[in-house]
Design a protein around this ligand. Structure first.
Ligand code: GLN
Length: 202
C-alpha cells in the first residue's frame, strides 16, 4: 500500500490546478496528464469539469481517449467531476450526436440537466461514506444521473428544491463521479475519499 499515491489530472481543460492542490491536501502526489505516456505513471486519474464535448474531442485528437478507456477497463481508479462525470457515463442525454465518452459507469447522464434558471447554484449534499455533515456542492451547468444500472452505488442526491432526489454522486467499483465541483471548495473530503480508493487499489 502506497501512502502517497501519484494521481494524474487530465489536463485538457478545466480546474486542473485546483484538483492538484486538493489531491495534495488530501495526502496524494499529483501531476497533470497531457500525453498517453503519462497514464501508466499514475495509480489514479481525475477528470475535471469543463465542456465535455470539447474535452472528448481533444482527448481523441491527442490520442488520450483509447488509453483512458483502457485505464477505466483495467480497474485504474478514476474520478470525474461535472464534465468528468459525463465522460465516465456509458450513455448521455442531450449530448452532441458525435460526442464520445470514456464510459465505464453503467449510467445515463443528462447534460445541463438543471436548466437555465439554475445554471449555477450551491447546495449541501449528504454523501454516503463521507462523514462530517453535508458537502458544499457547487453546480455549474451540471449534469445529473438519470438512470443507473444495478451495480451502481448512489453516493449522493439533491436534498431539496425542484431537483430533489436527483442523483449527483455515484460509484461503480473503481469509478466515481460527481455532478458538482469539489475542487472549487476548500473541503478536501471528496478528494480524501478518492485518494483512499486509490490507496486500496494500489
Ligand atoms: N455542461 C458541461 C458539459 O456538458 C459541464 C459543465 C461543467 O463541467 N462545469 O460538458
Amino acid at each position: 500500500m502506497n501512502s502517497a499515491p501519484l494521481i494524474g489530472v487530465l489536463a485538457i481543460q478545466g480546474a486542473v490546478r485546483e484538483h492538484i492542490a486538493l489531491l495534495e491536501a488530501a495526502g496524494a502526489k499529483a501531476m497533470p496528464i497531457r500525453h498517453a505516456a503519462d497514464i501508466p505513471k499514475v495509480s489514479g486519474i481525475v477528470l475535471p469539469g469543463g465542456e465535455s464535448t470539447t474535452i472528448s474531442k481533444l482527448a481523441v485528437i491527442d490520442g488520450l481517449m483509447e488509453p483512458l478507456r483502457e485505464a477505466a477497463r483495467s480497474d485504474v481508479p478514476m474520478y470525474g467531476s461535472c464534465a468528468g462525470m459525463i465522460l465516465l457515463a456509458d450513455r448521455i442525454l442531450d449530448g452532441r450526436p458525435d460526442q464520445q465518452t470514456i464510459g465505464g459507469i453503467d449510467m445515463t447522464v443528462r447534460r445541463n440537466a438543471f436548466g437555465r434558471q439554475v445554471d449555477s447554484f450551491e447546495g449541501g449534499i449528504d454523501l454516503e461514506g463521507i462523514p462530517g455533515g453535508p458537502y458544499p456542492g457547487i453546480f455549474i451547468r451540471a449534469p445529473w444521473v438519470e438512470e443507473i444500472g444495478a451495480s451502481i452505488e448512489v453516493l449522493g442526491r439533491v436534498g431539496s428544491g425542484a431537483a430533489e432526489g436527483r442523483i449527483v454522486a455515484v460509484r461503480d467499483r473503481n469509478l466515481m463521479a460527481t455532478s458538482f465541483h469539489p475542487e472549487l471548495t476548500g473541503d478536501t473530503r471528496v478528494h480524501q475519499y478518492f485518494v483512499e480508493m486509490v490507496r486500496q487499489t494500489a
